[in-house]
Design a protein around this ligand. Sequence first.
Ligand SMILES: [Zn+2]
Length: 201
Amino acid sequence: MKTLLIIDVQNDFIPNGSLPVPNGNQIIPVINKIQDKFDLIIGTQDWHPKDHISFASNHDEKSVFDEIEIHGQPQTLWPDHCVQGTEGAAFHPDLNTEKFEAIFRKGTDKTIDSYSAFYDNGHLKSTGLAGYLKEKRTSQLYVCGLAADICVYFSIIDALNEGFDCFFIDDASKSLDIKEFETLKKEMIAKGIQIVTSRSV
Ligand SMILES: [Zn+2]
């Protein structure tokens, strides 16, 4: 089963959202165009309670983008984003979601962040996505979305560790930090993830 996993194409991560990924809107037509090439399409949403630990607003005397430690892991503090049920947490209206067979939500536990669509940042709890994909007999897993250097990156690394044959769709993803992502891309290639473009899926 050739599967497309679309990470967090939500209003808050698009320019004019609360945590915009530069040019994040540009990937939407690319993602819409490739959907016909897949047998199974899954979407994810960052889906936080408003008292979520990753929001700088929930920490006294801390600013956005400060780093703290949670469960022994570094945690960047973000602007409030993707609060459950808000417009910011909704999929961007231009994203075609008709063919999504399932939507997995992450970051729902207020005490821990979840960059990956598979596990929280402490690898304490699973979202069930790996089991779902295995039951659906996913073999090749193509991953794209926002932000390439954070949620897409951590999702594809977990997917690889779960044994899926992983492909990262470069032009269907945008990163928050372009320079940092160039380093992560080399790491992905070294681990065996294939970097492809939308034309070659
Ligand atoms: Zn988040």
